[in-house]
Ligand binder design. Sequence first.
Ligand code: NAD
Ligand code: WQD
Length: 349
Amino acid sequence: MARRILVTGGAGYIGSHTVLQLLLAGFGVVVVDNLDNSSEVAVERVTAIAGKYGKNLTFHRIDLRDKDALDKLFASTKFDAVVHFAGLKAVGESVQKPLLYYNNNIIGTIALLEAMVRHGCKKLVFSSSATVYGWPKKVPCTEESPLCAMNPYGRTKLMIEDICRDIHRADKDWNIILLRYFNPIGAHPSGNIGEDPRGFPNNLMPFVQQVAVGRRPTLTVFGNDYSTKDGTGVRDYIHVVDLADGHIAALQKLFKASNLGCEVYNLGTGKGTSVLEMVAAFEKTSGKKIPVVKAGRRHGDAEILYASTRKAEKELKWKAKYGIEEMCRDQWNWAKKNPWGYGSPDSTS
Ligand code: NAD
Ligand code: WQD
C-alpha cells in the first residue's frame, strides 16, 4: 500500500509544490491548513496538475492548535510520516507581533507533536530556515555553523529545532529531519501554482513579480554598500520544485533508516546571487523593465548567505537541478498567468 503522509501547511507556497511532488512520487497525501496565508484554490490546482494521482489527496481546514480536530484526524487515518510546513513566516510582522508568532508556531508545533506521540507516528520532516544562521561570519554555511536567531520568527525556528532534538534525546523511536531552506523562489513550470503573498510582499521575488505585472510601480533595493560584487545583499536562491524534491529525498531517508535520530540538512544551491543580479535575470527572461529605487539597509538583513550543500548531496542524494534563469522563467510564467495570484484585483491589496 502507498505510504500516507500528513502535510501541515500544504496549501501554502512550498507546501503546495511539495504535495504535488509527493503525489507524483506515488504517496497518499492528507493536507491540513487553516488557510491563514493561503487559498484552497492551490489545493484544487495541485489535484488537477497531478492528474490520475490527484485522487490520492485530501484536504482538511484545521488549525494545528485545535487539538480535538487533530486527534480526530489521527484517529481516523494512519500516517507513515508528517511533513510540517504550517507556520507564520513574515520576519517584520514577527517583530511587531511576537506573541502571535510564538503562539502559532510553537504552540501549533507542540500540539502536532503531542498528537503524533498519542497516535504512534514518530517520523517528522520540519521546515527550518537559513535564518537560524543569522549574519554568518563565514560562508558557505554548513550545518555546523553557529546558530543565531535575530528576530522572533527565527527564534521560533531555533526553538522548534531544539524541541525536536530534545524529544529524540528522550525517545529514540523518533526519526526527524530538520531542513534549513535558503531562499525558495520560482513556481511549478505549469504556471498553475506559485507564491501568492497576502498584502505587501516581504520577499524580493514576489515583489519583483508584482512590479512586472503592474501591481506596484518600483522595487526598493535595500542596501547598496555591502561588501559584495555590486553592493547589494547576496542570497542562495533555490527553485521551489527543487526544494520540494528535497522533501521526497528526506522522507526516503526517514523510511530507510530506523535509527536516523534527529538530523539537519541545508537545502540550497550553494551559489550566491545579488539583488541586482536577480533583477537583471528577471528582466532578461520576462522582457519587463523593473524600475528600482535604492534605499538603506533593511534592519536585520545579513550581507551574504549561501549554503554548503555537501551534506544533503552526500546523505540525501539530493542536489538542486535548476539555475537562476529557470527560477525567473517559472516565476514569470506563474505571474503572467496569475497576475493576482489565486485571487482577483478586488481580493488583494
Ligand atoms: P506559506 O505561508 O505559503 O505556507 C504556510 C502555510 O501554513 C499557510 O498555508 C498557512 O495558512 C498555514 N498555517 C499557518 N499557521 C497554521 C496553523 N496554526 N494551522 C494550520 N495551518 C497553518 O509559507 P511557505 O513559504 O510555504 O513556508 C512554509 C514553511 O517553510 C514555513 O514554516 C516557513 O517558515 C518555512 N520557510 C519558508 C521560507 C520561504 O522563504 N518561503 C524559507 C525558510 C523556511
Ligand atoms: C533577499 C534580498 C533583501 C525585498 C527571508 C527571511 C528568511 C527566509 C527567506 C523564511 C535581501 C533584498 C528584499 C525587497 C530588497 N524565510 N530585498 N527589496 O531576507 O534573505 O530571507 O526569506 O524562513 O527567514 O528572512 O529574503 O527575499 O526578503 O531578501 O532589496 O523589497 O533582497 O534586502 O538582500 P531574506 P528576501
